[in-house]
Write a protein that binds this ligand. Structure first.
Ligand code: TYC
Length: 105
């Protein structure tokens, strides 16, 4: 028979293992196309906030331009929310209509 202490310990160990096995949901951050935001502004956003090099930034910007949207990165919820806010703040401050959204993977 398991003692009260043994069952408490078993419960605590199980709880810890379950917490460790949980992986956070991931979110794609997407840029959306519009007709007015300058291409070089979008490229600089991708470099500044998403750590892209010049070539990769141009590639992603052109994908948005021709296909309507493209993913700039995949992050946990709080990081993705911060990226969206940084992009939207910068777009607003520079009077561009650029939109940035997040989508759960
Ligand atoms: N379509 C814009 C233009 O022709 C460029 C652009 C690219 C705008 C990507 C937004 O997320 C965007 N100037």
């Amino acid at each position: 028979m398991a003692s009260m202490g043994e069952r408490r310990l078993e419960g605590a160990v199980l709880k810890k293992v379950m917490a460790e096995n949980k992986r956070p949901s991931m979110y794609q951050v997407l840029l959306l196309n519009d007709d007015y935001t300058p291409m070089d502004f979008v490229v600089s956003i991708l470099q500044q906030f998403f750590g892209k090099g010049a070539e990769e930034a141009v590639r992603i910007m052109l994908k948005v331009h021709y296909k309507g949207q493209a993913a700039c990165g995949v992050y946990t919820r709080e990081i993705a929310e911060t990226k969206v806010m940084q992009v939207m703040d910068s777009a607003r401050n520079n009077k561009h209509p650029l939109k940035c959204v997040m989508r759960k993977e």
